[in-house]
Ligand binder design. Sequence first.
Ligand code: SF4
Length: 200
Amino acid sequence: MRYSMVIDLKRCIGCYACSVACRAEKATNTGIMFARVQRLEWGTYPSVKRMALPLLCMHCKEPACLEVCPTGATQKRDDGIVWVDKDLCMGCRYCMLACPYAARMFYDKEITYFDNGRTPYEEVGTPNHVEGTVEKCDFCMDRLAQDLEPACVANCITKARIFGDMEDPNSEVSKLIRDKGAAPLNPEFGTEPSVHYLPP
Ligand code: SF4
């Protein structure tokens, strides 16, 4: 079993539903975004092209972040999910420097959205975050434990995100990788990402 996500760049319309769903699911602080969408533009007017590039932790098979973690806080599960044990993280941020995909963020201190303290929603989500530690996407492993898809997958309105086991030859992600050419971003980094992209 190795969890994988395939993102179909032809289907992605850059609506940010994934970003909003991730933020709602994880109750992340302002400035922290596990499911980013980068807007790219190239060409010269009037021949200009645009595309949206969703980014997240690539859940690498050979994670550069894990190699440099001095406390063992960054761990990889047998199903390929790379996650951070907040009780072990000392906030040194070596992992942020090591990650070639800029997938990690530092939770410096709690910042509420409104001046008069936490909203009821923030009350629920904030205890999951520990000031002075590094955070990132964990493929919604809490949802997976309840047989739910990651929030970004479940809320993608164009079904641009497909999630499954890339070691199961009959899974949709395996077929997209094998038959449709879904490939990781920047494979030259050598970390063997689990996240793959179908070309725009
Ligand atoms: Fe680690 Fe970065 Fe790979 Fe995620 S994308 S597993 S944070 S090296």
